[in-house]
Design a protein around this ligand. Sequence first.
Ligand code: SF4
Length: 320
Amino acid sequence: MPGWPLAFGPVYSRRLGWSLGVNPVPPKACTWRCVYCYLGCVEPVAVRRVWVETGRVVEAVVEAASRARRVDYATLIGVGEPTLAANIGEIVEALKGLGFRVAVFSNGSLYSRGVAFEVAEADYVKATVTTWDEETWRMLHRPAAPGSLEEHLEGVYAAGREARSGVHVEVMLVKGVNDSPFDAEMLGDMLRGVRLAAVYVNAPTSPPCEPWVEPPPPETLARFASILSSKLPGVPVEPIAYRPRRPPQLDPRNPLQSLAEIVSTHILTREEALEALRGVGVEDPEGVLREALGEGLLREEVIHGKAYIVAGGKSLEASG
Ligand code: SF4
């Protein structure tokens, strides 16, 4: 087996409902090194390869789905950039063949290089578009690929053309960097002509790679979304950063193991982690969490006054 969970969750997604995460690439393999990355600072790579063969990925998804209460989507998300898996098209096809609705949560950086076509059969295809300005784009994402904002935009156009219902665009706003009304106007103009399924205005509410990064307040997101909406008639535009989330579904047979797998890819607040443990009948979730923190299986980080549970350095297998 690879040294990371190939499937995790399901976790509740504000866009997809109950989303079973699928990891076809190793942790932190990404084409970008975003200043707001919730995984910490990753080292960007641009070379695609088959990290895990399709059959093994599909097997892990089927196994995880069999113990879940509900799965709305199998979501290729990775702990990084899922399209770095050269077999992503094959994985989408295999999961569709088994009756899963499939989402591809990509930053869109490789769509211009044929990947938009490879993932076209997915039910939900996502790309990240944060700014109209090349310099800001480089500063925010520090990309290994693609070579320019123009090439990135070509990929977003391609995804819009190829995906069944158009491309879902996520706009991640960083306070004081790309969140002004002027930025919204310019971004709206840039996205005109893309076949858009929807636009989501988001903000980094999890601990970021660079400590100076802050999320804009909800009113800034609402104003940004309203300007975008006026520029993109007929396209749903939603601010999503501050919508309440539900805690993930844990494996009742081994709640701590599944919690550790989830937080290695999907950050949770302390309250969400406790609620998830309660959800599978753990009687003393505070005590269980305290023990896992004490043993180094999980770690707690306090960012902007809020406590988060993240992956600890020690593996569960090693804990005896
Ligand atoms: S936020 Fe997403 S796209 Fe950006 S570096 Fe992290 S994993 Fe990659």
